[in-house]
Design a protein around this ligand. Structure first.
Ligand code: ADP
Ligand code: MG
Length: 617
């Protein structure tokens, strides 16, 4: 496809004043902020020299808020008001999340997921805004003034609702978002892959609670995300849980028998063991019930199923992108959990291409975002003229007659993108048309996610099929969708920006993708059936109208024959044999040929006041 120029929201470069541009990695476990100094991206640290800010927020009854490490320390004493991992709730509703393992007081409400706290009801957007505010504060102190703009990273699979929620959080924190950037693309920029050879790259991101794989193509100065995939419930934390299980098994205890605070204590201990094993062959730690030992070999054996799982996902994403392993130019490691030596080993032996891992895997995403922010604020050097392209995670389409989905933009299309398709009216004299925008891979609307509805009113009353309505889908560089409809004869138009109905998670995306594949052949049959049913109904409407107006042109026998064929079709259309419906449509069409010719002949002869049609030949 043609490469699309991304408009740059920053103002033109001012040689006298350098702008404070930052990149923010708003992570599930940790968040970071980075900036570019003398052409080099670096993460900014807090007063204690730490660059990682735990994405943790505590609400107090006096309406004050704490963010970061101190919150983690209070989690066991104040579990209801200390929030972590809220990135998983971004853009979701009450019904979309798994509440069973959380201690929080979720409120059963429509719309955005809301959780009660000592300071009143809060959303993931509020919590993310606290983290962003804290990072912005850090940048302000370090850079000596307010930041002028930020690039915030999001997982490549984030949908419209999740992206919008991220932007809302930034707005709430008073941060100007230059654009959202996909995390894997940011990592590739941090490694300067834009300065090197063209080719295909794989980004393997194993964080605390999530695993993401993306395939990027870099060509002619452009990054393109070819495919993404992952597992939203797989990360470093799962490795910790397996360690705890193994320890408890040795002690004859089970995880379920522990109180929440004990469980928490064991998990912290396991995490420490895991992290130390990245540097040491074995560790001994002081646990709640005495000394706990672990060596690297047994750790790797216990957790091998998790590592294997990531490799399965990785192969699937490569398949999705139609990329052979041999074609990869390199792989990039992102996320704290890729420090585990077995990750590096497994990737080296599977991929056989260079593995980029010399930058800190916690920091690469923020660094890439900072480089991009710098560019967008016009502080570029001559060589920095890359563009960025990302993909949409699920197909976008529109509902057509019979509850079918017409896909306008297929999934994994690079953004920004604009696509149009023409539709027409179904009934004679129709003056309004309802549009239903949906997202998903299935053929039937009922299996897809509803994004928005809008109406085109004031159409000129034309015969069915005469109106020409062009529907345009546009996805901007941040992955947000606007849809418009224009009737080409009259210029009547309507549009909507998909203010996403909050509430689709990455599990849901994965499920919808899987269902799309699993049900493909069934869907095709259903689609064929629905199409024939719609055609049958259209035909019956036309025949009924013609009979009502002009049945006097026919003999009684002819009328009867048409009625029989119509009734036959009407009864078959209620059943599910699309071949039979098609045959009945043909039969009715055949039966009415003569009637149609008579009507035409009469219309023409009326227009020509008495001259016979065959005189005109
Ligand atoms: P997220 O992107 O979800 O915010 P991070 O990229 O910060 O997560 O990764 C956090 C995970 O990385 C945690 O599970 C943590 O235990 C793990 N981790 C951090 N350092 C190491 C290390 N040295 N060895 C192994 N795992 C580590
Ligand atoms: Mg991360």
């Amino acid at each position: 496809m043609a490469l699309l120029q991304i408009s740059e929201p920053g103002e033109s470069p001012d040689p006298h004043q350098s702008k404070r541009a930052v990149g923010i990695d708003l992570g599930t476990t940790h968040s970071l902020i980075a900036t570019v100094r003398s052409g080099v991206a670096e993460c900014l640290s807090d007063h204690d020299g730490r660059v990682l800010l735990p994405s943790a927020v505590r609400y107090h009854a006096d309406r004050t808020t704490s963010v970061g490490q101190t919150v983690l320390e209070c989690r066991s004493s104040d579990p209801l008001n200390c929030f972590v991992s809220f990135k998983r709730w971004m853009g979701r509703g009450y019904k979309d999340i798994n509440r069973s393992l959380s201690p929080y007081r979720f409120l059963d409400r429509e719309g955005l997921l809301t959780i009660d706290s000592a300071a009143g009801p809060k959303t993931a957007i509020d919590m993310s805004a606290e983290v962003l505010r804290s990072l912005a504060q850090r940048a302000q102190e370090s850079l000596g003034g307010d930041i002028d703009g930020a690039v915030i990273t999001v997982p490549a699979y984030f949908d419209d609702a999740q992206r919008q929620a991220t932007k809302d959080a930034a707005t709430l924190a008073g941060i100007k978002v230059l654009r959202l950037l996909n995390e894997p693309t940011a990592a590739a920029i941090a490694y300067g892959l834009d300065q090197g050879e063209e080719g295909l790259f794989l980004v393997y991101d194993l964080g605390g609670g999530t695993f993401d794989v993306s395939v990027l193509r870099f060509s002619r100065g452009v990054f393109e995300v070819l495919a993404t995939g992952g597992d939203s419930a797989l990360g470093g934390d799962d490795f910790d849980a397996l360690i705890v299980q193994a320890w408890l098994k040795d002690l004859g205890l089970s995880l379920d028998s522990l109180s929440p605070s004990d469980r928490h204590r064991w998990l912290i201990l396991a995490r420490e063991a895991k992290e130390r094993l990245s540097a040491f062959e074995s560790v001994t730690l002081e646990g709640p019930l005495g000394q706990q030992l672990l060596d690297r070999n047994s750790f790797e054996t216990i957790t091998k199923p998790l590592l294997d799982k990531t490799m399965i996902v990785l192969r699937r994403v490569l398949r999705d992108a139609s990329v052979e392993i041999e074609a990869l130019k390199g792989a990039i490691l992102v996320g704290g959990a890729t420090r585990m030596p077995q990750v590096h080993r497994a990737l080296t032996s599977l991929l056989g291409c260079p593995i980029h891992c010399h930058l800190d895997p916690d920091e690469v995403v923020a660094m890439g975002a900072a480089l991009q922010a710098n560019l967008l604020l016009g502080q570029r050097s001559a060589s920095d003229d890359w563009l960025l392209l990302d993909v949409i995670p699920l197909s976008l389409g529109i509902e057509t007659m019979g509850g079918l989905v017409e896909k306008i933009i297929p999934r994994n299309t690079t953004i920004p993108v604009s696509r149009s398709q023409e539709f027409t009216t179904y009934k004679d004299g129709q003056t309004a048309m309802a549009f239903h925008v949906v997202q998903g891979e299935r053929e039937l609307v009922s299996d897809c996610r509803s994004l928005a509805r809008f109406e085109l009113r004031g159409l000129p009353p034309l015969n069915a099929g005469a109106a020409r309505i062009r529907v345009n889908f546009q996805v901007d560089a941040d992955g947000l969708l606007s849809v418009s409809a224009l009737e080409l004869n009259s210029g009547v138009h309507a549009s909507t920006i998909v203010k996403p109905s909050y509430g689709l998670g990455d599990e849901a995306i994965t499920r919808m993708l899987r269902d799309g594949v699993d049900h493909a052949s069934l869907d095709m049959q259903l689609r064929a059936l629905k199409e024939q049913q719609v055609e049958a109904e259209r035909m019956l409407l036309a025949v009924d109208a013609a009979l009502a107006a002009d049945s006097h042109l026919l003999t009684v026998d002819e009328q009867h024959a048409i009625q029989c064929a119509a009734d036959h079709l009407r009864s078959l259309a209620l059943q599910s044999d699309h071949h039979a419906i098609r045959n009945a449509i043909h039969a009715l069409s055949h039966q009415t040929d003569h009637f149609a010719a008579l009507r035409m002949n009469r219309a023409v002869s009326m227009a020509l006041s008495g001259r016979k049609i065959d005189e005109l030949a």
